[in-house]
Write a protein that binds this ligand. Structure first.
Ligand SMILES: Cc1cc2nc3c(=O)[nH]c(=O)nc-3n(C[C@H](O)[C@H](O)[C@H](O)COP(=O)(O)OP(=O)(O)OC[C@H]3O[C@@H](n4cnc5c(N)ncnc54)[C@H](O)[C@@H]3O)c2cc1C
Length: 308
């Protein structure tokens, strides 16, 4: 067995990557198949994901658009009560931040709405594969007058603090124990992808044929308590590997404990990160949660002092 310290990393590299590369990099965390990423792997991976309905992967990339439309057209969009769209009416345009999933599903139920149609047509022009099976070719004859442009990341980062908090999304990958992931996923406005104990078979070579556990911050190495914890993990690993000889990972995982290492990507806007830090850094929060959230909150504050 292996014991590792908990950690986190802000996914800056993916912020600058293309949408499809970003989706693949996030999606592969479930299977821990990052080793299969190549120059040509992103497109087939994302297509398969969309076909299989693994929809949360399609939440892992948002786009911020500036939409020019009439007041009436904007009202028709609001009347749809679109879910998971972040919108602000500015003087000259409407700012809309939406994930690929939210756009796909909005188009499925309201493809005749001129603003929905214009936004999705704009996305299809650059990324047709993300709307495969959904896009019907569009019925816009060009008379709606709706104009759509994409804001690049630097433009989003330059927004005023209130707009920045709402429209700037940031992904963080955590390597933590299963108790921490269990608590993190309670934050409903976030999108999550996590290492699956159904798909990952820790007896495989890519896992070095062993289970990885997170070092418990409660017990100091060298103490009797730590030795007891370590023994429990060793015994568990032995039983888990034995069960895998005759059963599936989803069956064998039923013996895995809270200390089991889990990788999880949390993706949400800065406003939700602010809310998470308010709840997860105070003395009332779980200490293993605070262990990662306190330094992360400090780092975010340094980057976005106007928001945090
Ligand atoms: C110290 C601590 C102890 C806890 N103990 C327990 C426990 O013993 N058992 C347990 O089950 N949970 C527990 N929790 C989890 C807690 O109840 C929340 O589920 C979790 O912190 C998510 O936060 P949230 O609900 O404020 O907001 P999020 O889910 O992060 O949502 C953000 C915001 O969206 C809004 N929102 C989202 N969904 C809804 C909705 N359906 N209705 C209205 N508004 C919504 C709210 O304004 C909310 O502030 C604990 C959390 C903490 C920090």
């Amino acid at each position: 067995m292996r014991i590792v310290a908990p950690s986190y990393s802000i996914q800056d590299d993916l912020d600058r990557a293309s949408l499809v590369v970003r989706l693949e990099a996030c999606g592969r965390i479930c299977y821990k198949s990052e080793g299969l990423i190549s120059e040509s792997s992103a497109l087939p991976f994302v297509k398969k994901i969309a076909e299989h309905g693994h929809n949360s992967v399609m939440e892992m990339a948002v786009v911020t658009m500036g939409v020019k439309c009439s007041g009436e057209q904007f009202d028709s969009l609001l009347a749809l009560e679109p879910k998971y769209l972040f919108m602000d009416r500015l003087e000259t345009e409407v700012l809309v931040t939406a994930s690929i999933r939210s756009l796909r599903e909005l188009y499925q139920r309201a493809s005749d709405n001129p603003v929905v149609q214009a936004m999705v047509a704009f996305m299809v022009a650059g990324h047709p594969y993300l709307f495969e099976g959904v896009w019907d070719g569009g019925g816009d004859d060009g008379t709606s007058g709706v104009e759509v442009r994409k804001l690049d990341l630097d433009e989003v980062d330059a927004l005023s603090s209130e707009l920045l908090a709402k429209h700037r999304f940031l992904g963080v990958k955590f390597i933590v124990n299963r108790a921490v992931t269990h608590e993190i996923v309670r934050h409903r406005p976030c999108s999550f992808l996590q290492e699956s104990q159904r798909y990952c078979r820790y007896s495989q070579d890519k896992f070095d044929n062993q289970v990885t556990f997170i070092n418990p911050m409660f017990y100091e190495e060298g103490t009797d308590e730590f030795a007891l914890w370590e023994k429990a993990m060793e015994d568990t690993e032995e039983i888990y590997l034995k069960l895998l000889e005759t059963s599936t990972p989803q069956a064998a995982r039923t013996v895995l404990p809270n200390s089991c290492k889990t990788e999880i990507i949390v993706y949400c806007n800065l406003a939700e990160w602010r809310h998470i830090f308010r709840l997860r850094t105070t003395p009332a929060a779980e200490p293993s949660m605070r262990e990662v959230m306190i330094p992360l909150a400090a780092e975010m504050k340094e980057r976005y002092s106007a928001v945090f």
